[in-house]
Every structure is written in structure tokens, then in C-alpha cells.
Design a protein around this ligand. Structure first.
Ligand code: F6P
Length: 366
């Protein structure tokens, strides 16, 4: 047993439904074992500046299980190793201050809830001597070592509902309706929502697409008597030999922002098929709202396991879902990697068997 009396908890990166459920699980399970919890605001920023922490007891987390966002706030711009402050010397390295404040705040260990960027910072801080357990978070579901991340199921459910609704106009007006979903460089959201929503075409980053082949499929559907089509476009999908579509360049402190692909595809598909094509970008709606029961349960299990690890003295690890268990994986085996959709996976093969095309010319049914 490690001597743990006071732990900190923080959330980093983009928000995802279920963050509050993890915070609640950490606070409740720690407090029930007599461990005090300090909530750290706005990711690692709360360890750089004083006055951005607060003690959290069970009363402070009552009622937050079903609420989206994070009561602690978050940022995806606050890497303490390369803080985005413009000085003549470039970025400022605040990591020593983070370590100093960690001790000044009387902390024995940290629970860090975040995606790959945040977990990479956690791993580096572990090497600086801070006992840390990471909790994987992302709607994109692209973290290696865990079968699923909380937030993913909520995002997929929302996108599926959006596709269901778009079917109405698509059918009534005999249109091609494109729906652009998030997911960065992985097609998990597009694939799961596309299959669940009965899409006709799914474009994902892992399978480069050819719009001529997509157009051919849409014409085929017309001939077959289905005069509408639903195309799900992952924001990170790429045409054969082309590049990812971005709306803002990245830099050392922020990642590039993806977007714009569905608009381009709608224009081109209209020209290629002569059919009216419209697009909808779901954007941050996928990250908002109340987490599904699946995400609440997963988040609660991960939060509880994180506290269990800290108390047992297992550090520099990420808690992970490997059904039916919640296990631990060394952070070293996780960070800097990406879990992408295997193009020959069962779900892709099933989707193809359903007649869904991925724009790569591999035969579809009707
Ligand atoms: O990683 C989660 C995610 O929502 C991605 O799907 C998306 O590309 C990105 O974050 C958007 O980030 P931001 O909210 O910073 O624009």
C-alpha cells in the first residue's frame, strides 16, 4: 500500500461526455477510503498558477453524473512543458513549477483524465517523480490499450440520431445528404454511426476514397429505386492521393483543426451525379449533452479503478477497458500512438456486406 492521503484530479484536452462521472467516481471512492481530493482547474494550468484548486467532497459531486462537460474546466492549449506564452526564447517550460506546486499543495498523487496529448504530459510528469494514474478520454475512441473510451458511445448515439433525422429530408426530396462527424484521424465515430444509422456511404481516414466511385454507387441506388442516399463523412477522411481537409493550421501548442470535407464532397457529388446534395456538420454537438448509460458506467468504473491503483501504489499507468475487465496499461505503451480502424475489421466487412461503400471500389451489394 502506498502512503496516499491527498490526491489531485484534473481534466485535460477537449471535453467529452462522462468527464464529470469520472470526477464523481474518483471523489466518492477516495473520500470513502479517507483520502482527500483536490480538484485542479483547467487541466495542468491549475498546477501552474495558485488559486485554481478546490477541495472536492462527496457533496460537491452530487448530481453531476448525468451532466456533460467538466466541473473542473479544461484546455487543450496548456502543455506545461511547452506553454504557449510568446517570449523571445519561445515557449515557456513550466514543468518544474508543476512539480513544485504538486508538493506545495500537499498532494501525494494525481488522477489525470485526458486524451493522448494529456496522457503524454502525464507520462512525462511521472518521470519527474509525480505518482500518476491516467484515465483515457476521447469521443474519437483512438487511444490504444483500451477497447473503448467514455464519450464515444454518446457521440455515436448523437450522430446516429442525426442520421435518422436526415433520412426524412433525404427521402422526401430525393437528395444526397452528407453528414460530417468528428474523430480526427480515426473513423470510429463515422463507422459506428454510419452502420447504426443505415448510411449508404461511409468515408473514413483509414480507407482513402474516390468520389467517382461514390458517385457511381449513388447512381446505382437511383437505378435500383432508392432515390436518396446518406453519406457519412469522417472529418479526417482523405481522397486517394489527397490530403486531409483542414480549417486551421496547427502549431507547437495546438493541433490542426480538421473540417470542410463534407462541403467539398457535396459540391463534387452534385456535379458528378446531377442530384441535389446537402451537407450538415455535427461539430461540437457530438461532445455535448448528457452521457449515455454506457459512458456513465464506463467512466465510473475507470474513476474507481484509478483510485484503487493509486492506493495500491501502481503509477505511470492508464486504466483501460478490456471487457469484461478494467485493467491497467503502462502509459509508455499508450502515448504517441493512435488506434485506428483496421480496414479488414469485422465491422467494415459487415458494412460492405450490407451494401455500404467506403468509396474504394470494393464491391457492394444493393
Ligand atoms: O478529439 C476530440 C475532438 O472533438 C476531435 O474529434 C476534433 O477534431 C477536435 O477534438 C476538435 O477540437 P477543438 O474543440 O479544439 O476544435
Amino acid at each position: 500500500m502506498a502512503h496516499i492521503k491527498r490526491i489531485g484530479v484534473l481534466t485535460g484536452g477537449g471535453d467529452a461526455p462522462g468527464l464529470n462521472a469520472v470526477i464523481r467516481a474518483v471523489v466518492k471512492s477516495a473520500c470513502n477510503l479517507g483520502v482527500e481530493v483536490l480538484g485542479i482547474e483547467d487541466s495542468f494550468d491549475g498546477l501552474i498558477e495558485p488559486g485554481r484548486t478546490r477541495v472536492l467532497g462527496p457533496k460537491d459531486v452530487t448530481g453531476i453524473l448525468r451532466i456533460g462537460g467538466t466541473i473542473l474546466g479544461t484546455t487543450n492549449r496548456g502543455n506545461p512543458f511547452a506553454y504557449p506564452l510568446s517570449t523571445r526564447e519561445g515557449k515557456v517550460d513550466y514543468s518544474a513549477r508543476v512539480v513544485e506546486n504538486f508538493h506545495k499543495f500537499g498532494l501525494d498523487a494525481l488522477v489525470v483524465i485526458g486524451g493522448d496529448g494529456t496522457l503524454s504530459i502525464a507520462h512525462r510528469l511521472s518521470k519527474e517523480g509525480i505518482p500518476i494514474v491516467g484515465v483515457p478520454k476521447t469521443i474519437d475512441n483512438d487511444i490504444v490499450g483500451t477497447v473503448s473510451c467514455f464519450g464515444f458511445d454518446t457521440a455515436v448515439s448523437f450522430a446516429t440520431d442525426a442520421i435518422d433525422r436526415l433520412h426524412t429530408t433525404a427521402e422526401a426530396h430525393h437528395r444526397v445528404m452528407l453528414v460530417e462527424v468528428m474523430g480526427r484521424y480515426a473513423g470510429w465515430i463515422a463507422l459506428y454511426a454510419g452502420v447504426a444509422g443505415g448510411a449508404d456511404v461511409i468515408l473514413i481516414p483509414e480507407i482513402p476514397f474516390d468520389l467517382d466511385l461514390v458517385a457511381a454507387r449513388l447512381r446505382e441506388r437511383d437505378k435500383f429505386g432508392a432515390r436518396f442516399s446518406i453519406v457519412v463523412v469522417a472529418e479526417g477522411a482523405v481522397p486517394v492521393g489527397g490530403k486531409v481537409s483542414i480549417v486551421a493550421e496547427g502549431n507547437a501548442a495546438t493541433a490542426e483543426r480538421l473540417g470542410g470535407l463534407s462541403a467539398t464532397c457535396a459540391r463534387q457529388l452534385e456535379a458528378l451525379t446531377g442530384k441535389e446534395a446537402r451537407y450538415v456538420v455535427l461539430g461540437h454537438l457530438q461532445r455535448g449533452g448528457t452521457p449515455t448509460s454506457h459512458d456513465r458506467t464506463l467512466a465510473t468504473r475507470l474513476g474507481g479503478k484509478a483510485v484503487d491503483c493509486l492506493l495500491r501504489g501502481e503509477f505511470d499507468v492508464m486504466v483501460a477497458s478490456q471487457p469484461p475487465d478494467i485493467v491497467t496499461v503502462p502509459l509508455d505503451a499508450v502515448v504517441g500512438k493512435q488506434k485506428r480502424v483496421p480496414p479488414d475489421s469485422d465491422l467494415i466487412r459487415t458494412a460492405r456486406a450490407m451494401g455500404i461503400t467506403f468509396g474504394d471500389g470494393i464491391a457492394a451489394g444493393c
